[in-house]
Design a binder for this molecule. Structure first.
Ligand code: 5AD
Ligand code: SF4
Length: 476
């Protein structure tokens, strides 16, 4: 271990203070000796996991472009390969480790090729130790809290040729002067807050992304107004828990207020993710219902339909609370679409408790559910629980659950046949250049045909056919 390395510490990552985060407007800086270091150099960036990572990758790309790098589509054409990683489940990590090993062969034809690992896995003590011990071709490791340090770290790794590791375990302040290369032309992610303080017992995110820090409303509203001016049609407000927005700012301004102010800017489509069922307020429901440009689609992770399991998960709501919230939203917005996240095979989950999850799916008839087998994460409370559920049982449960999810997704899609929907055009389909694709207000992917269609248009499409996960249609 080198003396100047900064390695992650799980213990430090658990610490929460009540100190309000500062806003840093000048922290990001490219020292003059580093400017242009990327001229003539190419990067390849692969992103795993959630939208927070997607948005971080836009920042990383923005910094690299400012340094003079250009991007390439194939790893073999790069001078440096970045892996922006996800730690939420072991299989996500295994995929990254596999890929890191697999791409090592590129060093044979290009011995100067460099590898950088960042994102949530870089925040994990055991993973960084493994990478340092077993993957000697990795030149740079940095975390989620020090992306702004990338110019200096890259200089160290690339020009000074020193293996560089810098991971802060404690989150920093809210940094406002970072560049971004937006990957979309019409749809943009807008961070409204960082981190998570919920500490659900199975989840690694509060350790990898630090405490909840809200951006100032003015900064968010300015960003949305600017995006509208640049021609963006849709913004998705991002946070691990958007409902918590503003709680750390010690003022009365909450997520419902922010959502309303964003909607008033008049951008065509506003989405938000993720909301926690525990503190989803009536005020939020009213705001979503009131504004036509807030999409009637809510991602509301339930995780389990059993109150006993929810309690052990530390979710702060019972299944009855979830039913009540769901019914309240549907009563106010009958056409509202819902998606959810569900974990099966949490330690000691019984058949009966699993059946309660199936009942929940039957009641809510989700449009989409991201379903997972519970994956123990080192350092989380659930990882220490004794688990009496054999893995084969968990796999069986996942299959049963997914069959039910598919059934309702199919039924929901069937209802659209013959209906007219508004679609934001993403572009031509990858498989067939006669076909376009885009998303409806309810976040359904539609493949459609028609004339005079441009990317970024919002057009009316009649649905002619449905599949389990997509719709087909024609421009009207
Ligand atoms: N095991 C399985 N799924 C998990 N998730 C989070 N942590 C774990 C874990 N340890 C799921 C939750 C969360 C989604 C992003 O990932 O369902 O909502
Ligand atoms: Fe993880 Fe729970 Fe925070 Fe979501 S709310 S990121 S599941 S700890």
């Amino acid at each position: 271990m080198k003396k100047d390395w900064k390695l992650p510490s799980l213990k430090d990552a658990q610490i929460r203070t009540t100190k309000q985060s500062l806003v840093e407007r000048e922290l990001f800086d490219i020292p003059s000796h580093i400017k242009n270091m990327g001229n003539g150099r190419k990067f390849f960036l692969r992103t795993y996991g959630c939208q927070a990572n997607e948005r971080d990758s836009e920042t990383i790309a923005g910094i690299l472009y400012q340094l003079g790098f250009s991007s390439v589509k194939k790893p073999e054409d790069a001078d440096i390969i970045f892996f922006n990683t996800c730690a939420v489940r072991k299989n996500a990590e295994d995929k990254v480790i596999g890929e890191i090993g697999h791409l090592k062969v590129l060093k044979r034809t290009n011995p100067d090729l460099m590898f950088a690992v960042c994102g949530c896995m870089a925040q994990e003590e055991d993973i960084v130790n493994l990478l340092l011990k077993k993957h000697h071709h990795i030149d740079l490791i940095f975390g989620t809290h020090n992306i702004h340090r990338l110019p200096n770290l890259l200089y160290n790794a690339m020009i000074s040729k020193e293996r560089t590791v810098e991971v802060y375990s404690k989150e920093g302040e809210v940094i406002e002067n970072l560049p971004a290369k937006r990957f979309g032309k019409h749809k943009a992610w807008v961070n409204i807050m960082y981190g998570c303080d919920k500490f659900c017992t199975y989840c690694i995110v509060p350790y990898t992304r630090g405490k909840e820090r809200s951006r100032s409303a003015l900064d968010i509203l300015d960003e949305v107004a600017q995006l509208k001016k640049e021609g963006f049609k849709e913004v998705s407000l991002l946070g691990q828990n958007v409902n918590s927005y503003g709680k750390d700012l010690n003022c009365d301004y909450n997520f419902a207020n922010l959502l309303e102010d964003v909607a008033k800017i008049g951008i065509d489509r506003v989405r938000f993710t993720t909301s926690h069922p525990w503190d989803f307020t009536d005020e939020m429901i009213d705001v979503v219902a009131k504004y036509d440009n807030i999409m009637k689609y809510i991602h509301l992770p339930v995780q389990s339909g059993s109150s006993e399991i929810l309690k052990i998960m530390g979710r702060r709501y019972s299944s009855e609370d979830y039913y009540t919230l769901y019914d309240k939203i549907i009563a106010k917005m009958p056409g509202c679409a819902f998606s959810s996240d569900i974990i099966v095979g949490f330690p000691n989950e019984t058949d009966e408790q699993f059946n309660e999850t199936l009942n929940m799916v039957e009641h809510c008839k989700f449009d989409n559910v991201y379903s997972f087998i519970y994956s123990p994460r080192i350092g989380t409370p659930a990882a220490k629980m004794v688990d009496n559920v054999p893995f084969e049982v968990k796999q069986k449960r996942l299959q049963i659950l997914q069959d039910k999810i598919n059934h309702y997704s199919n039924l929901n899609n069937q209802k659209y046949v013959g209906e007219k929907v508004m679609v934001l055009v993403d572009g031509k389909s990858k498989k067939n250049d006669q076909v376009y694709s885009g998303y409806t207000q309810a976040n359904k992917l539609v493949n459609f045909t028609g004339d005079n269609i441009n990317d970024g248009d919002i057009i009316e499409v009649i649905i002619t056919e449905h599949k389990s996960w997509t719709l087909n249609g024609e421009k009207i």
